[in-house]
Design a protein around this ligand. Structure first.
Ligand code: SF4
Length: 489
């Protein structure tokens, strides 16, 4: 064996080809699956990211907000590049680049110098600070550090600087999203509650969602109703801004004054019951008006529930345009159901999305078979189980909480399915099992523009049905002997 300089390289240990082949076969067996499921101390390919990544997503989602990572440069690059590759858009964020001296003496100097530079260079309206593992491990006191920064005049008195502790050794990106969103709302609404004032608006908390098309779909629904609204954490223009030759570091996001006035709203709807849990508890305690937590509107039934809630809160009937769209979605499902009916799916992802996928598949007569969540809970499991138990297509479904993609591989190789729904990281399993992967989750690196196609609302139903069924049709068309497949002769 030679290296790229042509020099001979002697492997430390040769692995015979037969041994490689034997192990490759063995990892597809029941025996290996049993050993794999006994694994306790090791996680392999978890389908979730770390807390600060979720914090960064929502820190981008407000007008003029600069995400600021208190911690390591490498970590900050990871969140930025993940968002950047998923959206194929810039994800401008800064880091105070803590290194060894910060780890020993604390990161206050880094934070102060970083804030000074960030304000001078990037002129934000708000700086949203969150942490990587390192300052969390050494116990940096962000409350004191930021108070000192203000006292020293590093941060202007009127510039909001919400901050969230986002320790990555705990929770996942959805928990970081929740912590940062809560901090932003607490900061912006502080002192803004006015007794007797009502904005007349419905506040919408979308939950952790990296599909800009979904945000546009929510806007379309509210506008069809003619109901004023505020999306609390709107990424639609931030990560889907027009390419007109001018770079804008802050191309969109929820207006800061609107977010501040959300505390005087007519109502707040939370569509992320499992990704905005703490935020919603705070909303219930502090925001005026009605409060409702609903599942993500994936599939017809959950979209119906969302629309009925808007109708109930606003006192307006469901508009004809949305009724017609519902009819088109049902028609799309009916036209395509024979291509998906009875097909078995393996699913993984964040709890809110996972519950939606299960609901949608059951509506189509498909079988959610292996359902896996790496950061789920008993409550998530119970909710999925209730959906499965309510449908004849759910009887075979098995739910796995706290498992990873290496577990999922074992499940699929020993008990096959027809397709997977997940994010890009499922592609290796899909290749090994020779089945399609439907990329509806986050992140999606290996396909373009997926984040522009909504999967929520009735349009989302049409999009999902179309993508899934056309793929199954394509597989048959490419492999069957009848070259007139689905054509008239
Ligand atoms: S898990 Fe911790 S060390 Fe790793 S990228 Fe996230 S914050 Fe950084």
């Amino acid at each position: 064996m030679a290296n790229n300089l042509g020099l001979a390289v002697k492997p430390v240990a040769e692995t015979p080809v037969e041994e490689i082949e034997r192990v490759a076969e063995w990892i597809n067996t029941e025996e290996y699956k049993e050993l794999n499921f006994k694994r306790e101390a090791l996680v392999i390919a978890p389908p979730h990211a770390c807390q600060p990544l979720g914090a960064e997503l929502v820190a981008h989602a407000f007008e003029g907000s600069l995400p600021f990572v208190h911690g390591s440069q490498g970590c900050a690059s990871y969140y930025r590049s993940t968002l950047n590759r998923h959206f194929r858009e810039p994800a401008p964020a800064v880091s105070d680049s803590m290194t060894e001296d910060g780890a020993v003496f604390g990161g206050q100097n880094n934070l102060h110098e970083g804030l000074e530079n960030a304000i001078a260079l990037y002129k934000p309206k708000m700086i949203s600070v969150f942490t990587s593992c390192m300052p969390e491990i050494i116990g940096d006191d962000l409350t004191a550090f930021l108070k000192n920064a203000r006292n020293k005049g590093i941060v202007p008195a009127d510039m909001p600087t919400p901050f969230a502790n986002t320790p990555s050794f705990n929770g996942s990106h959805v928990h970081g999203y929740d912590a940062m969103l809560l901090a932003i709302l607490q900061t912006l609404t502080d002192g803004k509650k006015v007794e007797g004032r009502c904005t007349g608006k419905i506040n919408l908390i979308p939950g952790f969602d990296a599909n800009t098309g979904n945000f546009r779909e929510y806007k379309k629904i509210f506008e069809a109703f003619g109901v004023p609204y505020t999306i609390l954490g709107d990424i639609s223009d931030v990560f889907d801004s027009p390419n007109d030759g001018t770079y804008r570091p802050y191309p969109g996001g929820t207006k800061l004054d609107e977010a501040a006035d959300a505390i005087n709203g007519k109502a707040t709807i939370n569509l992320g019951p499992f990704s905005a849990t703490k935020t919603y508890s705070w909303v219930k305690e502090n925001c005026a008006g009605k409060h409702a937590a609903l599942p993500m509107p994936l599939g017809v039934a959950k979209t119906d529930a969302f629309l009925m809630k808007i109708a109930e809160i606003s006192g307006k009937p469901v508009p004809e345009s949305l009724k017609a769209e519902r009819g088109r979605a049902v028609d799309a499902m009916t036209d395509a159901h024979q291509y998906i009916h009875g097909k078995k799916f393996a699913l993984y992802g964040d709890p809110d999305q996972l519950i939606g996928y299960v609901s949608f598949l059951l509506e189509m007569g498909a079988v959610p078979y292996h359902i896996l969540c790496s950061k789920g809970s008993k409550k998530v499991e119970k909710e999925i189980r209730a959906l499965l138990d309510g449908s004849p297509y759910g009887t075979q479904g098995k739910v796995y909480m706290g498992k990873d993609l290496w577990h999922m591989r074992s499940l699929i190789m020993t008990d096959p399915v027809d397709a997977i729904i997940g994010d890009t990281h499922g592609k290796f399993i899909a290749r090994d099992a020779n089945i399609p992967l439907f990329r509806f989750g986050f992140p999606i690196f290996d396909r373009v523009n997926r984040h522009r196609y909504p999967i929520v609302g009735y349009q989302g139903v049409i999009n999902m049905v179309t993508e899934i069924c056309n793929k199954f049709i394509e597989i048959v068309d490419e492999t069957c002997e009848d070259r007139f497949f689905e054509m008239m002769r």
